[in-house]
Every structure is written in C-alpha cells, then in structure tokens.
Design a protein around this ligand. Structure first.
Ligand code: TTP
Length: 630
C-alpha cells in the first residue's frame, strides 16, 4: 500500500541512478571483445534458446526485446552474442552481478546519503553536497563545464535535438537569476555527472540518472534518456511531465491500484487525477492512499532516501516451467535443499562481512492444481523466524511449504498429489545490523535498560532470537522471476511488509471501500499537505526513531490515541510514561492500525511481531552464539 509522507522540502536534490543493461555490461567487462557488439544475457537451461533477461543497446536497435527467447532473438539479430548466466547448484548464480552492483554503490555513496534500491539502482540524497557547491563554487562561476554535464536533458528547456543543446543547457546551469531550487538542481547535475564519470572510470560501467526534488520524480526521469545520460526535472516542468504520463507508468501504480483508477475512475494519465479532491480520493481509497494519490498527481513525494548500501533481503528461487514443474514432496524438498544452501551461504557472508542478521524466513511458491478448476487460488506465502544454518533453514522451509500446501489444497484435500509447483523461493528478510561493540546481547539490553525489565524486554527475552536492537530500512524485497528459470533479487518499492502469518505476496490492494483510519491524527492527509514547504530538520547522526520514544513523545496523545485505538483492539496498559516501556499489549495489536502508523514506527513493530511468534518455534537453535561474550 502506498504511504503518504509529508514532502520534507521542495528544495532537496535527489538522484536516481540506474545502470544501463546491467548484466550485459558485466559480461562485456569480462569479455571486452563483446563491447559494441549486439549482446544479450540469457537464462541457462534453454528452451528455445533460453529466456533473455538483459539486452544490450546495440541489440535493442536491431529489434531484440527482453520478452524474447534466444532463438527468436537470433532470428531478429543473427549476429547477436547470447551469454548464459553462470550456474551453481543447478540454478542461476547472480553473485557476479551482485558484486558488480556493490562496486558501483561504493562509488556512488561518496557524495551523499545512498540507498541501494535494487541490484543495479540507487537513490542519492545530494542536498548537502549541492548546497555546499552552490555556496562555494556556483555553476555561474565556472569557466568551463564538462561536456557530459552539458549533454544533460533538462525537462522544459525544449532543446532536445537542437544544435544549440549544449549552449541552452549551459545557460540554464549558469543562470544567475534562476529559481533557487533550479540552481540546486544544476549543482546536482554537476555532482551526478562527476559520479557517473567516476563509475565509468573505476568500473567501466555506464549508468543513467534522474535528478529532481524527490525520489518519485528522480526515478521517473532516470529512465527517460538511456543509456549513459542524465535527465533533470526542474520544479516548473513537473506539471507538464505528469499531465500526459500514463497512470500505469507511475511507480506503485503499475498494478491493481492503477487498474482501479483506470477502470473505476477513468483516470488514464497522472494529470487526470488532478480533478479529484484529496477528500474524494481518501473516501475511495482510504486516508493514506488517497493522500498519496493527491500528492502524486502534483509531483509531491516526501519519501526519504534511506542510508542503505546493502541489500534489504536475500532470496534464492527457481522457476520450473512446463514438464519440469515439481509434483512430489521429495522433489520439492530436493530443490529446497539447494535453495536453502545458497541462502545460508549468503546469510553467512552477510553476517561475517557486514555483521548483519536476518530475522524472517519466507517461502513463496507458485502452483496449480492438476485436477480442479479452482486455478485462481494462490499458493499462500508463509513466514517464520529465521534460524541460521542450512539444515535448519531447510527444516523450516519444508514446514512452511507443507503448511502452505495444506492451505492450498484445503485441509481435507490430498496433499500428496494433484498439484504442480512452478516456482519456489526462500527469502531472508528483516535484516538488522548487529549494534557495534555488542559482544553480548544480554549485556546490550542491560545497557539499554539498566532498571526494571520492560514489557517489551520480557516479550523479547521470551523469544529465542530476541536480543537485537531493531534498526533496518523500510522496504520489502521481493523476487521477480522471469518467465524462465532464474532467481532475481528485485526491490519492490511498494511499502509492503512480511508477516509471520500467511501473506500472499501481492502488490497494492486498493481499498475501494472507505476504511477510516483509527488514528487519523497521526497520518492526517491535511497535515501532510500543509507541511509541503517546510524543510524537515535534519536528523542528528546516530539518532534513530524508536517506537518507545514515539510512544513517549506522544504521551500527551495517549489518551486520545488509546481511545481511538480501542476499536482496533489496542489497549493501553499501565501508565509508564516516565520509563522506557512499552505502553501497549503486543498481543493485541491490530494490523490495520499498524498500517496507518508512520513508517519508522511500522518498521519497529514489524521487527517485534515475528519475535512474538518465535515462541512457537522450537528452541535451542538460537543465533545468540554469534554474540558470545568475548
Ligand atoms: P533492469 O534495470 O530492469 O534492466 P537493464 O539494466 O538490463 O536495462 P536498462 O538499461 O533498460 O535499465 O534490470 C537490471 C538487471 O536485472 C538486468 O540487467 C537483468 C536483471 N533482470 C532479471 O534478471 N530479470 C528481470 O525480470 C529483470 C527485469 C531484470
């Protein structure tokens, strides 16, 4: 569900950097003779030449598309080089691409806050760097400007294809009397060019970028001029940009919500949304989504760039097409073994290299029934607390699969036959950095709360993996599979979450009936809108949002909140406003109420909820040994 956030400032400088035909570039670096040649990367185990997952720009010129199979691509472009993705454990091994992505991230993160959004794309918050540049060496003071900057596309300048393009861009960059917000973007353009050149020099990869005042616009712009180019979105061009933009092209509107807007409201472009009031959109889609749509129509998006250089989850999966579909429990178990071993290796590398621990294991599967017509029923995704070690992962994954299968086949159905699995994956998520300097979890918590044990701590200590400080980024990673066989870690930027119980891994669920939030005062659309021109104070370094602090700082609202929450079954416990304690009964938290909370708070709650369920899982498999006191 999209979450509306106040636009913290319309003079932020945000860049979205997206690598060009990434896997192809990685392969071309390995085999330099392929540079300049039409090239595509295909998935192994080819049927009709394998499925294309990345297509180089030379091949695209000849009409090759990602939707094609290798054989078809060869017909369209006989000279094409088809490179097969590396294979390990009978499935695609994406490590070289992941590592190449990390190389790029380490360069791009030099100039500002950097959020790794997928295997080949990042967001950067360059506001501070741009402000500094503007103060110290504004563009108008520069004697010469790098050719690459002058090749930028600046929306609204109408200079594309013009012989004087570079002159026009130079004028815009150096316009002394320009809108101050544009001047910051001009500085952003200089910085991003510099970063892109560093990436090229140090990795040999080209990338494209969008530079705008928020993430949504930057992302939209980065794909507008590819490859190896950058596009700037000045404030004044936003209305025109969105007016004719097909609604489905907008991030988070590609799925059901976008379809509902088209079908139910006849909204075909983002501009069409402008005629709906915020209240109307809230009536139709709920408070949050309604406000988000209202903001989106105006190019407003307060989402922050999160400091995150590492992936948000690890997934290992495989697709089984046609005759290779799995139809016995033993074949599923064999594949789960491969997937869990791969996942386990990646988890250990992450633990050793980055000191991070994953908390949730999720099993996703796609299936169909061979006998029955109930074919639309989805195989339910299942999650549980994650235990380290390939054997334990496998044991849990098998249990999750069996639980999902029981539900899928109906409890009374035959679970041993009559089904086929076409896709299987295991995902480790809720990855949290071990607080630095923590040698003992218990010690850590004692340091946190030397006094009485809070409800929260009791709850945590009851669980076998209770002892970590919850701090992690917000998005859920999901796996996108090509129609053929591979696994692909892809960040789904919708702000979903995984739960400990059944969760169909669906995208947006438009709320067509009005669903009044139970805590309107926390996420009121009008408050969000009225904040538009205010710059959010920068967070102090090291400061983290905390559910505890949130509840404390909102203690004055507690009466109001708790009464508002009663309907949602949140109960106020004893008055502990003077200590760091949990004010609500964790067992009674209502999901719909959580959905309406600010994201930082949701994140902490989601980190806590699985731990609650951890009680149901066998003990004795604690990850605590990773924290053994020195
Ligand atoms: P994309 O960024 O979607 O595409 P791209 O980098 O190949 O090309 P473009 O220049 O148009 O951005 O995906 C990044 C990589 O992810 C891509 O090179 C291959 C891989 N990938 C898959 O494995 N499966 C998929 O379904 C998609 C879309 C991408």
């Amino acid at each position: 569900m999209p979450v509306a956030r106040p636009e913290s400032s319309d003079s932020r400088v945000i860049a979205h950097v997206d690598m060009d035909c990434f896997y192809v570039q990685v392969e071309q670096r390995k085999q330099p003779h392929l540079r300049g040649q039409p090239t595509a990367v295909v998935q192994y185990n080819s049927w009709q030449g394998g499925g294309l997952i990345a297509v180089g720009y030379e091949a695209r010129k000849d009409g090759v598309k990602r939707s094609m199979r290798g054989d078809e691509a060869k017909k369209v472009c006989p000279q094409i080089h088809l490179i097969t993705v590396p294979v390990a454990r009978g499935k695609a091994d994406l490590n070289i691409y992941r590592n190449a992505g990390s190389e790029v991230v380490s360069i791009l993160s030099r100039k500002g806050r950097c959020e790794r959004a997928s295997i080949d794309e990042v967001y950067l918050d360059l506001t501070d760097a741009a402000e500094k540049l503007l103060k110290e060496t504004p563009p108008e003071s520069l004697e010469s400007i790098h050719e690459e900057v002058l090749k930028s596309h600046v929306l609204g300048l109408n200079s594309n294809g013009d012989d004087n393009h570079k002159e026009i861009v130079k004028e815009w960059l150096q316009n002394k009397n320009g809108d101050p917000r544009d001047k910051l973007l001009a500085c952003g353009a200089l910085i991003v060019t510099d970063l892109r050149l560093q990436v090229l020099q140090e990795t040999q990869f080209t990338c494209s970028a969008g530079i705008a005042h928020n993430k949504m616009l930057a992302k939209l712009a980065s794909g507008m001029n590819k490859p190896a180019q950058q596009t700037v979105v000045p404030f004044s061009s936003v209305k025109d940009l969105l007016e004719l933009l097909p609604i489905k092209k907008m991030k988070q509107l590609g799925g059901k919500l976008g379809s509902s807007l088209q079908v139910d409201l006849g909204v075909n472009t983002v501009g069409d949304l402008l005629k709906y009031s915020e209240e109307k959109l809230q009536d139709l889609y709920g408070v949050n989504t309604g406000t988000w749509l209202w903001n989106t129509a105006r190019g407003m998006n307060g989402e922050e760039v999160e400091e995150r250089l590492l992936p948000k989850s690890h997934a290992s999966g495989k697709t089984f097409r046609g005759p290779s579909a799995l139809k016995t429990l033993s074949s599923v178990e064999n594949w789960l073994k491969e997937l869990c071993e791969e996942l386990s290796e990646r988890l250990h590398t992450d633990l050793e290299t980055n000191k991070r621990i994953a908390h949730t294991l999720t099993l996703h599967a796609d299936a169909y029934k061979t006998t029955d017509t109930d074919s639309h029923k989805k195989f339910p995704s299942k999650s549980c607390p994650l235990r380290y070690g390939a054997g334990k992962l496998l044991e849990d994954a098998i249990n999750l699969f069996q639980g999902g299968l029981r539900e899928y086949m109906n409890p009374m159905g035959n679970q041993f036959c009559g089904w086929k699995i076409t896709n299987l994956s295991v995902t480790a998520s809720k990855i949290i950095a071990i607080p630095s300097g923590t040698s003992s979890i218990t010690k850590y918590f004692h340091c946190q709360d030397p006094g009485e044990k809070s409800d929260l701590l009791s709850t945590l200590n009851d669980s076998h993996e209770s002892e970590l400080k919850m701090e992690f980024g917000g998005e859920q990673s999901t796996i996108t599979h090509d129609e053929s066989e591979t696994s692909f870690d892809r960040i789904d930027l919708s702000s979903g979450h995984e739960s400990c119980s059944t969760s169909n891994q669906n995208e947006l669920q438009p709320k067509l009936s009005i669903k009044e939030t139970k805590i309107n005062h926390l996420s009121n659309g009008k408050n969000i809108r009225s904040n538009v021109h205010k710059r959010k104070p920068t967070k102090e370094k090291g400061e983290t949002s905390s559910i505890l602090r949130f509840l404390q700082t909102n203690s004055s609202q507690l009466g109001q909140t708790s009464s508002a929450m009663e309907g949602g079954s949140l109960t106020k416990s004893q008055n502990r406003q003077t200590t760091n304690t949990w004010g609500y009964n964790l067992d009674e938290i209502d999901q719909s109420v959580v959905d309406e909370l600010p994201r930082e708070i949701q994140e902490e709650l989601y980190a806590l909820l699985p731990r609650k369920k951890a009680n149901m899982v066998k003990r004795g498999s604690s990850i605590a040994h990773y924290f053994s006191p020195k």
